[in-house]
Design a protein around this ligand. Structure first.
Ligand code: ZN
Ligand code: ZN
Ligand code: FE
Length: 762
C-alpha cells in the first residue's frame, strides 16, 4: 500500500476561461486523486491527495498537455499537510483587487465544433456562432475582468436550458464556456440591403453566397470587425472593390475553405500549412503559382498572395464548397483607406454603405476591434508582419521584470505596450496614426488594456519625433498623470525590441542592423540606414547611410523617382535622360526638383534605407510612384534573379556608408542593358554585402559577435534570408524577430525596455 501524499499547485498564465478547471477535474478523477481546484486572482490553485505515482502522472500531463487554449507561464508544486477529502471538486473563489490575469485572444473554431457545425444530427447544425471552451471569441467580446458572461457582450443573451446544462457540467466541453450559445438562445445573422433586413439565419447566408457569386460586394461582420468580401476570380468585382474602397494597388487578403484549395494558387510548405491551420489563423504570405484564375487586381505586381482559412463558423458556412469549384473570396478590412477597421454596426453601415452592396451582420456586439494578423515563414520559422487577432492580447514574456510602463509606439503600424512584472502586453494592430479616427481607437484601446490588466503606468515612453500623434499623446498623458515621459530614439527602440523578442538578458552590447524608412534622429535628420552598437541602456551610431536630401518631405516618399534623382544629384551624377528613373519625371518636375535641391528648399536630410530601395527601384525602372508603403521595394524584390551573385561596391568609412559607387555601377549596367532581374538581385546582394562588411569591421574593433536585425526593411525576405546566411557563414550569432513584427509594430516593446533601464539608472 503506497502512502498518500498531498500537494499544493499554483499555476499562472492563461488558465481561466479556457477550460482549465474541468480539465484538472477530469485528470484528477482519472488518477484517483481527491482535493479541489479553484480560480484565484492571478491563476489557478489546486490541492490534491494521492499516491506518488498518480500525483506524478497528474503533474506530468498538466505540464505537457494542458488544454489547447491555455498557456502556462509558471507552475509551482509544494508538499503540504494532508487534509482529508472524500472526492475531487471545483470550488468557488474570490478575486483580490489589483490582481490580474492574462486574457485569451480570439481563436478559430476547433475541430470538435467544426464537426458539429456540419453534422445534421447535432443541435447546433449550421449554427454560425457555435463555440466551446477550446475555441471562439474571447478578447473581442470582453468588457472587464473577471472573465464571466455578464462582463462580455454575450450578457444580453440568456442561456436556454440545454446550454445552461452544458455550461454547468464539468465533464462537458462547454463547461463555463462564456460565449456558449445555440440556435435557440444565441446571436443570429441577418442580411441587410438598403437598411432593410432581407433575410435571417440560413437564408441570409445562402443569399449572401449567391450575391458574391454574382459579383456583388458583401460586408461581413466577423470576430474583430467587418470585412469587405467579393469573388476573387471575378475581375469586375475586384475592380469595383478597388475603386469603391479607393485602394489602388495594396494587395487584398484572400480566404478559401481548405489548404487544398489554397494549394491551387500557392506553394504551401509544411510549416506554412501549420500556420494556416493554427488556432490563430493568420493571413499567411505564400508564394503564388503563376497560372491561376484570380483577378490580377488582387495583388498587382506581386509574387506572393496573402491567404487565410475560415476562422469563424460563419466563415465556414460562407466559403463551404457547393460544387466542384469552391469559392475564393477577397476578405479585406472593412474600412476606407487609412481609417481603422469598422466594428460597430452603425459605423459600418455609414462608412461602408457606399462600398458594399449588402451587409451580412449579426447581433453579437464586438467590444474591441481586432484586425487579421499577417505572418510569413522565414528560414522555416514564424515571422510576424502584423500581430493582432489570435495573438493580442497575449503578453510577450520578458527576460526581466519591468515596472508598470506605457510605451506609445511610433506612427505607422502603431501598437502600444503596457508592461507589468515579466509581462509585456503589446496591443493589437492599431494602424497608421495619421488621423483622428485612429488616434481615438488608440486611446480607447489603451484605456481598455489598462483596465483589463490593472496597469497604472509610473512612466511613459514614446518616440522622439515631435509630430507623431503617439508622441503628443504621451506628453499629454505624462502631464495629466504627473509622470515622466522618456523619448526614445526610433532605431534604438528597434534594436531593443529585437533583443527583447529574443529574450536577451545580458549587458554586453550587440550590433544592430536597423534598416527602415523613417525614424527621427538625434540630429533632427531622418534616419533609417543605421548600424548601431548597443543594448537596452544605450547605443552608438557606428555607421549610417550617407545623407541625401528628401526634397519636399513626404512627396518624395510617394514618388520614388524623386529619390532616384536626389541620390544622383547628391553624388553629382548626371541626370541622364535615358535612365528609366530620370525619364519617369516630366521636364517641368525635373526643373522644379533641380531648383529645390540646389536652393535647399524644404530638403530635410535622410539616411533612410527605405528611400535607398525606392531610389534604386525607380532608377532601374521597377516603379516611380507608389500608392502604399514599401510598394517599390516589394515589387523590386519580386523581380530578383535568385541565381545572380554579383553585387555593387559601396564605400565604408568615417562612420558613413556611401552608395555613390553603387549608383555609378548600376548606371553602367543600365547602359549595357543588363536585365532588370539581374540589377535587382545585384542591388539586394549589395545590401547584404555592405551589412556583412560593416559587421566584420565592428567585430574586429569591438569584439562583438552578435547581430540583431530590426526595422521594416527586413520584411524583405530575399534580403533577410541572404543576410542571415552570409552572417552565419562568417560565424556571427544572428537575432531576428519572432514573436513581434520587425516593422514599427514592434517598436513599443523596445521603448518599454529602454525606459525601464532609465528608471533604474536615474
Ligand atoms: Zn470548439
Ligand atoms: Zn442555447
Ligand atoms: Fe521604424
Amino acid at each position: 500500500m503506497l502512502e498518500i501524499k498531498s500537494l499544493k499547485i499554483q499555476i499562472k498564465g492563461i488558465v481561466q476561461g479556457v477550460g482549465f478547471r474541468p480539465f484538472v477535474y477530469s485528470l484528477a478523477l482519472q488518477n484517483d486523486l481527491t482535493g479541489w481546484v479553484r480560480n484565484s486572482s492571478n491563476g489557478v490553485e489546486i490541492e490534491i491527495n494521492g499516491t506518488p505515482p498518480n500525483l506524478e502522472n497528474f503533474i506530468g500531463i498538466l505540464r505537457n498537455s494542458p488544454p489547447p487554449l491555455s498557456r502556462i507561464d509558471t507552475l509551482s508544486v509544494d508538499e503540504t499537510t494532508t487534509n482529508e477529502y472524500k472526492e475531487f471538486t471545483i470550488i468557488e473563489s474570490n478575486s483580490i483587487e489589483g490582481e490580474f490575469l492574462p486574457i485569451s485572444p480570439d481563436y478559430s473554431i476547433c475541430d470538435d465544433c467544426l464537426r458539429e457545425l456540419f453534422d445534421p444530427q447535432d443541435r447546433r447544425f449550421r449554427y454560425p456562432f457555435i463555440n466551446c471552451t477550446n475555441c471562439g471569441p474571447r478578447f473581442s467580446i470582453i468588457k472587464d475582468i473577471p472573465y464571466d458572461r455578464p462582463k462580455t457582450t454575450m450578457a444580453s443573451f440568456e442561456m436556454c436550458d440545454q446550454c445552461y446544462k452544458e455550461y454547468k457540467n464539468p465533464l462537458d466541453r462547454r463547461y463555463h464556456a462564456q460565449p456558449i450559445a445555440c440556435t435557440v438562445c444565441g446571436p443570429q445573422v441577418s442580411l441587410i440591403i438598403d437598411n432593410q433586413i432581407i433575410a435571417n439565419g440560413e437564408e441570409a447566408i445562402q443569399i449572401s453566397r449567391k450575391m458574391v457569386r454574382e459579383g456583388n460586394i458583401l460586408a461581413v461582420k466577423g470576430l474583430g470587425g467587418y470585412h469587405l468580401a467579393c469573388d476573387a476570380t471575378n475581375f469586375e468585382a475586384v475592380d469595383k472593390l478597388r475603386s469603391r474602397k479607393k485602394r489602388s494597388d495594396k494587395p487584398f487578403a484572400l480566404m478559401a475553405f481548405s489548404v487544398k484549395k489554397i494549394s491551387d494558387y500557392c506553394l504551401v510548405s509544411k510549416s506554412e500549412q501549420l500556420q494556416l491551420e493554427s488556432k490563430e489563423r493568420p493571413i499567411v504570405l505564400l508564394q503564388s503559382k503563376t497560372m491561376n484564375d484570380l483577378s490580377p487586381l488582387v495583388a498587382p505586381s506581386q509574387n506572393h498572395l496573402g491567404f487565410m482559412l475560415p476562422y469563424t463558423p460563419l466563415h465556414y458556412l460562407l466559403l463551404e464548397p457547393a460544387n466542384d469549384n469552391p469559392p475564393v473570396w477577397v476578405m479585406t478590412s472593412g474600412n476606407l483607406s487609412d481609417e481603422p477597421i469598422a466594428y460597430k454596426d452603425q459605423d459600418a453601415f455609414s462608412q461602408l454603405g457606399k462600398i458594399a452592396d449588402a451587409f451580412l451582420t449579426h447581433n453579437r456586439e464586438i467590444h474591441m476591434r481586432v484586425d487579421d494578423s499577417v505572418i510569413r515563414i522565414v528560414s522555416g520559422k514564424n515571422y510576424l508582419i502584423r500581430r493582432s487577432r489570435g495573438y493580442a492580447p497575449n503578453p510577450v514574456i520578458l527576460p526581466l521584470n519591468l515596472p508598470q510602463i506605457l510605451a506609445t509606439g511610433a506612427e505607422l503600424k502603431n501598437t502600444f505596450c503596457l508592461t507589468r512584472d515579466h509581462y509585456a502586453f503589446i496591443s493589437h494592430h492599431i494602424g497608421d496614426m495619421e488621423n483622428y479616427e485612429t488616434l481615438q481607437s488608440f486611446e480607447e484601446a489603451i484605456a481598455h488594456y489598462q483596465k483589463l490588466f490593472r496597469i497604472n503606468p509610473e512612466l511613459i515612453a514614446s518616440d522622439m519625433h515631435p509630430d507623431y500623434l503617439s508622441t503628443r499623446f504621451a506628453a499629454q498623458f505624462a502631464q495629466n498623470m504627473n509622470i515622466q515621459n522618456i523619448q526614445i530614439q526610433h532605431h534604438h527602440a528597434h534594436l531593443a525590441a529585437c533583443l527583447a523578442d529574443n529574450q536577451y538578458n545580458k549587458d554586453e552590447p550587440v550590433i544592430g542592423l536597423c534598416y527602415d524608412g523613417t525614424g527621427y534622429g538625434t540630429d533632427g535628420a531622418i534616419w533609417g540606414g543605421e548600424i548601431l552598437v548597443g543594448n537596452y541602456v544605450q547605443y552608438q551610431r557606428k555607421f549610417h547611410l550617407r545623407y541625401v536630401p528628401l526634397p519636399g518631405g513626404d512627396i518624395s516618399i510617394r514618388i520614388p523617382a524623386r529619390m532616384a534623382l536626389s541620390h544622383l544629384w547628391s553624388y553629382q551624377i548626371d541626370w541622364d535622360y535615358s535612365l528609366p528613373g530620370v525619364a519617369a519625371l516630366c521636364m517641368e518636375d525635373k526643373t522644379v526638383l533641380d531648383v529645390q535641391l540646389s536652393r535647399q528648399i524644404n530638403t530635410p536630410k535622410t539616411s533612410s534605407m527605405g528611400r535607398l530601395f525606392d531610389a534604386v527601384a525607380s532608377l532601374i525602372g521597377v516603379r516611380h510612384k507608389v500608392s502604399y508603403e514599401g510598394q517599390a521595394a516589394i515589387e523590386m524584390e519580386a523581380l530578383v534573379d535568385p541565381d545572380e551573385t554579383g553585387y555593387y561596391p559601396v564605400i565604408l568609412g568615417n562612420g558613413v556608408i556611401d552608395p555613390k559607387p553603387l549608383f555609378e555601377a548600376i548606371i553602367i549596367d543600365l547602359h549595357e542593358n543588363i536585365p532588370i532581374q539581374t540589377l535587382s538581385a545585384r542591388f539586394h546582394n549589395s545590401i547584404v554585402q555592405l551589412s556583412m562588411d560593416a559587421c566584420k569591421l565592428i567585430r574586429s574593433e569591438n569584439k562583438i559577435n552578435t547581430v540583431a536585425l530590426s526595422g521594416g526593411v527586413w520584411q524583405n525576405k530575399v534580403l533577410l534570408e541572404n543576410t542571415i546566411k552570409k552572417l552565419k557563414n562568417e560565424q556571427f550569432d544572428v537575432m531576428i524577430h519572432q514573436k513581434i513584427p520587425t516593422n514599427d509594430g514592434g517598436i513599443s516593446l523596445g521603448q518599454a525596455l529602454i525606459a525601464s533601464k532609465y528608471i533604474k539608472n536615474s
